[in-house]
Design a protein around this ligand. Sequence first.
Ligand code: ADP
Length: 637
Amino acid sequence: MTTPHSGQPDMTKKETRGFETEVSRLLQLMIHSLYSNPEIFLRELVANASDAADKLRFESLAQPALLENDAELGIWIDVDAAAHEIRIRDNGIGMSRDEVIANLGTIARSGTAEFIKGLSGDQKKDAQLIGQFGVGFYSSFVVADRVEVFTRRAGATTAEGVHWESKGEGEFTVEAVERTQRGTEIVLHLRESAHEFADAWRLRNIIHKYAEHISLPVHMRKQDEEGKSGEYEVVNKATALWTRPRTEVSEEDYKAFYKHIAHDFEDPLAWSHNKVEGKLEYTSLLYVPKRAPFDLYQRDAARGLKLYVQRVFIMDNAEQFLPLYLRFIKGVVDSADLPLNVSREILQQSDATDSMRTALTRRALEMLGKLAEDKKEDYQTVWKAFGQVLKEGMAEDTANREKVAKLLRFASTQAGTDSQDVSLADYVARMKPEQKKIYYVTADNFAAASQSPQLEIFRKKGVEVLLLGDRLDEWLMSYLTEFDGKALQHIAKGELDLGELDSAEEKAEQQAQEEAAKPLLERMQKVLEGSVSTVRVTHRLTDSPACLVREEYDAGHSLRELMAAAGQQLPESKPQLEINPEHALIRRLDKEAGEARFAALAALVLDQATLAEGAPLADPAAYVQRLNSLLLELLPA
Ligand code: ADP
């Protein structure tokens, strides 16, 4: 027999549920990784309470009834030393039963599973990574072996309160409770190792460290000399940090505020706090973090600034205010012009957003530029964490291309290591007097770039070449054709014209070589027909027999692969083969009278040039066969 309600769980019943697998693993790792920094639980819970208050304020704009005569939003913290208990209560938005189950039983962020797979079990490393991931509510279990949550969503009836409880060991319970207070109360039953936190002074200190500057008041009970508790008092400054004049905000305040909004353990490397008045009025506070979040390269990862309108929180991750390549910048923007009911859709179409975006982009680039100038080492940290993202700016932001170009850092043949600390300005300053162009090479990785055969002539002449070893580099650099009036030149593309770097004698010699090699070139051309567009004499090589070269605007093999992977097939085009007539192997080839042997050798030369480029061979089996038959001829039986 079925009842009309079959399948519907009884919402008043106590229910035991398992955590999502990811949560269980994350909890385990977190407890073990954060033991050296347990106090962050308070920062995380206060941040959540503050977000909950922001959300309620926002929802109450449209539905004032949600405030239920309780409009003074805040956080209240109580300590019971004897019971080893901490209670953290807010009167923010609260949660419904479904929200409790979804928010405190799963991890909704995409990429979580991969993130957890990436953890090594090495506590030090994992602690770093977990910091990047953002620890949130679950950090409660670092100090508590039992956590209870009592909550009621704004607008819900007092019968719709929810009690959640867990020991952080794989499962939790939820049940309906009567709850008059709106909002959320978290009860931490401290582990023995964390009993020290059931101390009001200790907690006040942590609040000063992490929550001084949040706009929400944090209340704790006054204590008399005997330690007896009295009335509540506000223990933080509780004014939104960005609304204060710069001169009144200390460096420590700025850093702590960053940690609050970014959920980061680390200090930021730089910040820029500005109030703009005029046609548009807004305040912005932008930060450069020290390290990349785990999902920097995930398309759907949250990014953007926290948006306020006249100090009212509107939304997190307002991505309309900065371009994609500056997605690592954190901060807040508080506008006096946008309407309070602004939505993402409205933001997208608003002229105010556009002007703010232009100005904030400029600010962010200036902040990075200043850091690069004043604190080279810190900028190197930024470059390591975000350089590859910043490079995207050359394709994305034509208007600021020159500014972005100044921020780029490269490895170069000067150091020969993948140190990526050479700016284009450094390069230009070191250019030889007779040098007209900025030379660079791209490959799939640094090793391949630094071993490109095309570098040989530059090494010989002592001309610096920038070495780019990321798969996207070839594409990104194609957007940067000029810097400081100097053309940028890929050394494996186009005809090599070293201009005045070659003397008149060298030029004459090259011409003579070309003349002399004509018959050989023709012969090779014939046997390699279909695999290469032309065969010609190289001026790039000193030690290698041959290399591949592309037309100036033609894509090399890694860019081709990249485009193909993205579903965009580039039109077929053949590379050019350049040979070094001085090389012993090419000389030997020239003397080869047997046509079959000549063809096999020529094919080998082409295959080797292809391999040197890091590209796959069209027919690897044929290559192996050719090589083996040559080896057999050479080796004594
Ligand atoms: P995050 O804050 O990064 O989203 P958390 O694990 O800290 O992750 O919290 C998960 C979700 O639980 C939050 O996004 C929020 O929706 C909800 N939540 C947590 N604490 C509170 C609270 N005090 N009031 C209302 N909702 C909360």
